[in-house]
Design a protein around this ligand. Structure first.
Ligand code: HEM
Length: 190
């Protein structure tokens, strides 16, 4: 269906790349905010911990789905020379090498996060959690990637979305620190 629509309007891939990049960033921001604030601490009878944890996981997974569409449409678009290799190996893309390379790093970190989460039982909690903290690094890298390479960053609405994402994460870190620092309880990004 997507391929059919795109064959008559090839430019649709480029719009999809931009739109899915923005949605992926917003979802990633929500997942980071939920993880950093460790909202499971605020579980109540109405919002039990497993529901809050479930929302966090699903939002994170949804961001991976949108990222997958983002990179697929980038490759399929053909207007910019980005290949599957460039999606996995940083700073190889001939198109905006540095900024797209940052997107690749964010993508690799997210992949590491997904794989270690799937292998969580085998890896053990401590190893899994270390990778999870590292995965938070993917958020600022993704923000820089979007701002550096995005067509829409010069638009006020896109700038507002980026600013809202940055303020949300800064606020979440503030809440986390005021609740007892990063070493608080063991609920980060779960
Ligand atoms: C977590 C990972 C990533 C996130 C959250 C993300 C998000 C974004 C965002 C927000 C934009 C700006 C869209 C706009 O201004 O309209 C963008 C642009 C772009 N991204 Fe990503 N991206 C990620 C990874 C990647 C990867 C791995 C590639 C391919 C190697 C890639 C290729 C591109 C390209 C080519 C653009 C430019 C679109 C344009 O010029 O408007 N991204 N991305």
């Amino acid at each position: 269906m997507l391929a059919l629509a795109a064959s008559s309007h090839p430019v649709i891939y480029w719009y999809l790349t931009r739109a899915t990049g923005i949605v992926a960033l917003c979802l990633l921001t929500c997942a980071v905010v939920l993880g950093v604030t460790n909202v499971s601490r605020f579980a109540s009878e109405r919002w039990p911990r497993f529901v809050i944890d479930g929302v966090h996981r699903r939002v994170a997974l949804l961001s991976v789905v949108f990222l997958a569409i983002h990179v697929t449409t980038t490759i399929m678009d053909g207007y910019v020379p980005v290949t599957l290799f460039d999606v996995l190996v940083p700073f190889h893309s001939p198109y905006r090498t540095f900024w797209v390379g940052l997107g690749t790093i964010a993508c690799d970190l997210l992949l590491a996060l997904v794989i270690t989460s799937l292998l969580r039982v085998r890896l053990g909690y401590n190893a899994w959690r270390s990778v999870h903290w590292l995965a938070y690094a993917c958020w600022p890298v993704a923000v820089l990637h979007g701002a550096g390479t995005g067509t829409d960053f010069r638009q006020l609405w896109m700038f507002a979305i980026d600013a809202a994402c940055v303020l949300a994460v800064i606020g979440a870190v503030g809440v986390r620190l005021s609740l007892g620092g990063v070493g608080g309880s063991a609920g980060a990004w779960r």
